[in-house]
Write a protein that binds this ligand. Structure first.
Ligand code: ADP
Ligand code: MG
Ligand code: MG
Length: 199
């Protein structure tokens, strides 16, 4: 079973991964964006780690909703409201149970991913974070490791895509040949999840 500690560990691990990879995320956002994805997420996840430490929410749902709210209020840019929605909606779906099993979490994260798609109007194939989030959550029913691998593959598969949403879509055909920064950070979130599950 997964408790509030597990979810805190996930997001703290994610904050460390974002810190480590911030320069690379910003670099990916430079040819097809405005070179701020790494700094956007670094600011957001630093604030998430801080508020989780300070408030120590007691349930999985409360951890995720608090983290989502924090991302929305600290990240300017498309990725803040999108990742914030992902976590808030997943948290809401978990209700106030003190522990949830993997299947319940996978279902809740699916609700979050669906909310991201609804908010951004994007679908897999549009060269966005959804290209990693959707395969990741699809594989979550199998294992955390399978989800990490699927999200990573999904992020790599954005390179030949032409962007249809977000800033990169302004470039049209010139967006082809670059890996999407948001799909790359989504893969990092699944990597952090697999790391947290290993303890
Ligand atoms: P901004 O583009 O506002 O500078 P970021 O650089 O932080 O924001 O995030 C860019 C990432 O957000 C993109 O690489 C893409 O994955 C994701 N993104 C942008 N628009 C959408 C959308 N409509 N739906 C899903 N993801 C999106
Ligand atoms: Mg950007
Ligand atoms: Mg920006």
């Amino acid at each position: 079973m997964l408790d509030a500690d597990f979810f805190r560990r996930w997001l703290t691990t994610a904050a460390q991964a974002v810190d480590r990879e911030a320069a690379r995320l910003t670099e990916l956002d430079s040819p097809i964006g405005d070179a701020d994805h790494g700094s956007n997420l670094q600011r957001g996840f630093t604030a998430v780690a801080a508020v989780l430490e300070k408030e120590a929410p007691a349930t999985p749902g409360a951890v995720l909703t608090l983290a989502g709210r924090q991302l929305i209020s600290t990240v300017g840019g498309a990725s803040g409201p999108l990742y914030g929605t992902l976590l808030r909606r997943a948290g809401k779906a978990l209700g106030d149970d003190s522990e949830v099993d993997e299947a319940r979490f996978a279902e809740a994260l699916r609700t979050g991913v669906d909310a991201v798609a609804a908010l951004g109007g994007a679908a897999p194939g549009d060269k966005t974070m959804l290209d990693a989030l959707v395969p990741g959550v699809d594989a979550l029913g199998t294992s955390f490791g399978a989800a990490r691998d699927a999200a990573q593959e999904g992020a790599l598969a954005t390179t030949p895509m032409r962007a249809r949403k977000g800033r990169a879509s302004y470039l049209g055909e010139r967006s082809v040949g670059h890996q999407d920064p948001g799909a790359t950070s989504s893969a990092l979130l699944f990597e952090a999840l697999a790391d947290a599950a290993r303890g």
